[in-house]
Design a binder for this molecule. Structure first.
Ligand code: ADP
Ligand code: MG
Length: 614
């Protein structure tokens, strides 16, 4: 789960002081050797453990109410990374400057903490209940969308709170507050009829007072003239501590009698309450700072789980009853609209009629001069796709043999990634690209786990469902590996996409998940260049000698250094030393989580780090 330090190689997570000292000893005890760990006492805080003159020093890093981080008495910084960077240049009260990160030994992952698991549970519960997902579909949703889900929880959490009464009139609010005991500070929150604004109704001295809640242009909530908050429940939490302009502070919840039961499960509410009000500050930016506009993620943006292609149409047991490899022609309606074309024929838009629903499909239609070998090839592709079921892979619905052989697939109407990015250069942010490439890594991790090699991973074969949802497609060259095999050996070279191929593919015709990782690196390069052609005008054989000379493509303009480093790892010459998709997915996930939270804070970043807190 998102942790502001998760991506740092010298971050150990929730380890004890003694363990930290052990790692520092192992790493040589040089002056300025340091590591970072999670603070076990304060929520969201860290400890900087370091060495100077063969002695250990441990400095607590606290998370301030406004979302910044500081060593007690020191300057405030935007995040733990920025803080460490600062102290590497200026000791500013520490025993010495930070000189050498004590990185985690290979294979050691940051230790998850108590709060992480609480947050995990909350996200899991929310995803399960909101999208009715279970099993792998649930796990994949959590991994791929955690930053968005956390934000969604934060911005809609008030709807699940017992003090939230939804859209009731002022009179009804008074009726509810006057019924039963009327202690000072009894309150409820309600939605007003006028354009979705809110009001707070509060009892004091047996009288009900109503306060309008302002919602400013940047999306912040406040009592007029009061402190501004990103979410309603943070506002309520704050007003429980301090009246902030109200006649009295909020003390007792007037519970909503019609609370929709759904997400009020004990686990969910318990975690939400325990973690409030700190947990979402990082997601939503500093509490009291102005000028930060939250992206309306979740409310207006479709998440993969909101689309009809997140789960297989056969995940419905009723539909599963009819699942067969061969589809009935009269259940298939084909449009004239052509989605794409290839040597085999063309891909057309269509609709497939199932038991309970009709679904949009893409139909790969074989050319009419049906040669046997071409037909066989398409059937091989179908056999492969038939065995796959993952949210980040284009699913096959079935094949249909009629006027010609047809492969019926889920529809990914956004088209190929390279074309999409080239046409939308100005609209697509780097973090959007990282999000999509993370999804591709999830699909590839699944293939690797199932022992399939794709052999044609390229931006042209990554199709988009929408701007924030990518799927891997085109299994025309794919192979299922034998249970004991780690690679597929092609007997003869064919029409191969050489620019995407690892050295061992070209030299020895050996294809494995590791060679797919190489192609993934090239696909990343295509994505971060917004759809440029790799290796410029070079021909396949020239690319091979380019690689043999130890050369690699350069870092695309504006591509984050972390992402270029990952590409370079994918282009490790020897496949034995190249990372697999488990590692690749992990790296891109940590990076994605770290920026999914940060980028939206945008221009504020600079100023914040220079600010000194009182
Ligand atoms: P080829 O083996 O010729 O590369 P592809 O499977 O990559 O064939 O399909 C060719 C083109 O057809 C794609 O680039 C895309 O534009 C379109 N296409 C293929 N599958 C789909 C799909 N499931 N949804 C939407 N468009 C698709
Ligand atoms: Mg293709």
């Amino acid at each position: 789960m998102p942790d502001a330090a998760a991506h740092l190689p010298f971050y150990y997570g929730s380890i004890a002081r003694a363990e930290a000292e052990e790692y520092l000893k192992l790493a040589g005890m040089s002056d300025g050797l340091f590591l970072l760990r999670q603070c076990l006492r304060s929520l969201g805080g860290y400890v900087l453990s370091m060495v100077c003159n063969l002695q250990f020093y441990h400095y607590a890093i606290e998370r301030q109410m406004n979302g910044t981080y500081a060593i007690v008495g020191g300057k405030a910084h935007l995040g733990p990374e920025e803080l460490c960077e600062f102290y590497s240049k200026d000791a500013d009260g520490l025993c010495c400057t930070l000189r050498k990160p004590c990185n985690r030994p290979t294979g050691v992952e940051p230790q998850p903490g108590v709060f992480d698991s609480m947050r995990d549970n909350m996200v899991r519960e929310y995803v399960r209940q909101t999208w009715k997902l279970e099993g792998d579909a649930l796990e994949q949703a959590i991994i791929s969308q955690a930053p968005q889900v956390e934000k969604l929880i934060a911005t809609t959490a008030h709807e699940r709170m017992p003090w939230y009464h939804g859209s009731i009139t002022r009179d009804e609010a008074e009726r509810r507050l006057y019924s039963g005991a009327q202690p000072d500070g009894k309150f409820l929150l309600r939605e007003r009829k006028e354009n979705g604004t809110y009001a707070l109704s509060l009892v004091y001295g047996k009288t009900v007072y109503h306060y309008r809640i302002d919602h400013d242009k940047s999306g912040k909530y406040s009592i007029p003239e009061g402190t501004k908050f990103d979410t309603l429940w943070q506002l309520v939490e704050y007003l429980k501590l301090k009246p902030d302009g109200l006649i009295f502070y909020l003390r007792e919840t007037c519970p909503n009698p019609n609370m929709p039961g759904e997400l009020t499960s004990p686990t969910f509410l318990a975690s939400l309450c325990t973690l409030s009000p700190f947990i979402f500050q990082r997601q939503l930016g500093p509490l009291n700072a102005d000028g930060y506009t939250p992206e309306p993620v979740g409310k207006s943006r479709l998440l993969p789980m909101d689309t009809s292609v997140y789960e297989s149409p056969y995940s419905d047991p009723e539909e599963l009853k009819d699942k067969k490899l061969f589809l009935k022609r009269d259940h298939l309606m084909m449009d004239e609209v052509e989605l794409g074309a290839g040597n085999f024929g063309c891909v057309k838009k269509g609709v497939y009629k199932m038991r309970k629903k009709q679904i949009d499909v893409a139909i790969k239609v074989l050319k009419s001069n049906n040669e046997k070998t071409v037909k066989d090839e398409m059937m091989k592709e179908a056999q492969i796709m038939h065995q796959l079921d993952n949210p980040y892979i284009v699913r096959m619905i079935g094949v249909c043999e009629a006027e010609s052989l047809m492969l019926v697939m889920e529809m990914a109407s956004g088209g190929p990634l390279n074309k999409f990015l080239a046409s939308k250069r100005d609209e697509i942010t780097v973090s959007n690209i990282v999000e999509l490439m993370h999804q591709v890594s999830m699909g590839m991790k699944y293939l690797e786990e199932k022992n399939f090699v794709h052999r044609d991973l390229a931006a042209r074969n990554v199709l988009l469902v929408n701007q924030h949802y990518a799927k891997i497609s085109d299994f025309g060259l794919s192979k299922a590996l034998g249970a004991d095999d780690s690679y597929y050996k092609a007997r003869t070279a064919g029409k191969w996409p050489l620019k995407w191929y690892a050295p061992e593919c070209v030299l020895y015709h050996k294809f494995s998940s590791k060679s797919d990782v190489w192609s993934y690196g090239v696909t990343m390069w295509e994505a971060f260049t917004y759809g440029q052609k790799p290796y410029k005008k070079m021909k396949g054989p020239e690319v091979i000698s380019f690689i043999e000379q130890g050369k690699r493509m350069e870092c695309p303009t504006d591509c984050p250094a972390e992402m270029y480093t990952l590409m370079q790892q994918c282009w490790t010459y020897r496949w034995e030393e190249r990372p697999g998709f488990i590692t690749v997915e992990n790296i891109i996930r940590s990076y994605y989580y770290s920026i999914a939270n940060k980028t939206e804070n945008g221009p504020e970043t600079e100023d914040k780090s220079k600010e000194t807190l009182p």
